[in-house]
Design a protein around this ligand. Structure first.
Ligand SMILES: NC(=O)c1ccc[n+]([C@@H]2O[C@H](COP(=O)([O-])OP(=O)(O)OC[C@H]3O[C@@H](n4cnc5c(N)ncnc54)[C@H](O)[C@@H]3O)[C@@H](O)[C@H]2O)c1
Length: 370
């Protein structure tokens, strides 16, 4: 890991403020990146994966700095990674999560939340240990953002704002969703509720396609019964990554990072990409999309629903307030992005980053340390 720090990324004017390596238990390594604290304590998820790297955590922490700023939240950006094999059974993760919580107890400027491989239950045990975590189960006063689909709802609000600006027609829009977890399932559900046709969906094991539109509720029921999407009888099974190159109006990557690269971005035949996942495309891929006229709404705007929900929870708000805040902030930010793109030939990432940076600089002006 140490070798990668010097090789893969460098500090810049924004951060990181801290990179902390932890060994919470024997055979368990973790890293926390507190990227920037100009707006407040760093809020960001805990990613549990055997393949997460320090540079990935650092890039995700930066994405959180920009995302929280773009959403107008009083939080800085951070992220953490736990290097362990996947642990599918919820409660069997809890001893490791408790050890992780104790290891970050003194890192009081980092507020953990759920991310890939962790969930509300994991955050409940972290909160039990150190009194600090967001994305808690409702029984503890939390707003269960994954269960309710806060991020998927935000993606649908983003699509609605694009439809209001006549960039897409949502009614009958052909939608492809990569990844059918907390983000992908709810994105599919909320988009289908708005008249879109979900024509293809994938999970780690495969994909399913149905040109007339998949029955999303039936697909969700099959998922709840433990079935992979490729086994869904209401469509045709496809190779997992084949659906990424499917012609469609909206493509929602909602799985891992760096799916789209310089090597494959030209194969995408979507009109619009909504980044449900964090950093699903490399910078080169995003430039290719821009050159080809594919509008790619960056993660820091499109998938902010989860952290907006977490922020409302942290401030004692309820579910209705969280969903109202998601709708208001994501629709306004999407409209501002479109205005900025109309005003000049800048790539969407640049425009979205400029929106976040203006808020970060304004906040930094009030802080002694920035
Ligand atoms: N949960 C949130 O609220 C939230 C908020 C913002 C961003 N994100 C980002 O969204 C992404 C997904 O998060 P999640 O919470 O839905 O995770 P999750 O673990 O609930 O679901 C991930 C899904 O992706 C599938 N998957 C994994 N690799 C795949 C591949 N190569 N091809 C197709 N499917 C694949 C898995 O089978 C699973 O269905 C991550 O990048 C995460 O950082 C999540």
């Amino acid at each position: 890991m140490a070798r990668e720090i010097t090789a893969a990324w460098q500090a810049d004017e924004l951060g990181p403020a801290k990179v902390v390596f932890l060994r919470p238990m024997p055979h368990m390594a973790a890293v926390v990146v507190v990227d920037n604290l100009a707006l407040g304590p760093a809020m960001g998820g805990v990613r549990w994966s055997p393949s997460v790297s320090v540079s990935e955590v650092a890039r995700l922490a930066r994405a959180m700095t920009l995302k929280n700023a773009a959403a107008g939240l009083p939080y800085g950006g951070g992220k953490s990674g736990i290097y362990l094999p996947p642990c599918p059974d919820g409660e069997s993760r809890y001893p490791a999560m408790r050890a992780f919580a104790r290891a970050i107890e003194q890192l009081t400027d980092y507020i953990p939340g759920p991310d890939m491989g962790t969930d509300e239950g994991c955050m409940a045990v972290v909160h039990d240990e150190i009194g600090r975590a967001v994305g808690l189960p409702s029984v503890l006063g939390g707003i269960p953002l994954d269960e309710l689909g806060a991020t998927g709802y935000g993606l649908a609000c983003c699509a609605e704002a694009l439809a209001a600006d006549k960039i897409i027609e949502l009614d009958g829009a052909r939608v492809v969703v990569q990844g059918f977890g907390a983000v992908g399932t709810h994105a599919a559900r909320y988009l289908a509720e708005r008249g879109a046709r979900i024509i293809a969906v994938s999970d780690i094991a495969g994909a399913v396609h149905q040109d007339a539109g998949l029955d999303v509720e039936a697909l969700l029921a099959a998922k709840r019964a433990g079935k992979p999407v490729a086994a869904f009888p209401g469509g045709t099974a496809r190779d997992r990554d084949e659906i990424l190159w499917q012609k469609c109006d909206l493509l929602v990557p909602a799985a891992g990072p760096d799916v789209f690269t310089a090597g494959n971005a030209a194969r995408v035949r979507a009109k619009v990409i909504l980044q449900g996942a964090n950093i699903p495309a490399t910078a080169e891929a995003e430039h290719i999309f821009h050159r080809r006229g594919v509008l790619c709404v960056p993660d820091i705007l499109a998938n902010a629903g989860g952290v907006i929900c977490a922020a409302v929870e942290q401030q004692g708000g309820n579910r209705a307030q969280a969903f109202a805040a998601i709708e208001e902030k994501i629709r306004a930010n999407t409209a501002e992005l479109v205005d900025r793109l109309d005003a000049g030939d800048v790539p969407p990432r640049e425009a979205a980053t400029a929106m976040a940076m203006s808020r970060l600089r304004a906040a930094g002006g009030y802080r002694r340390r920035f």
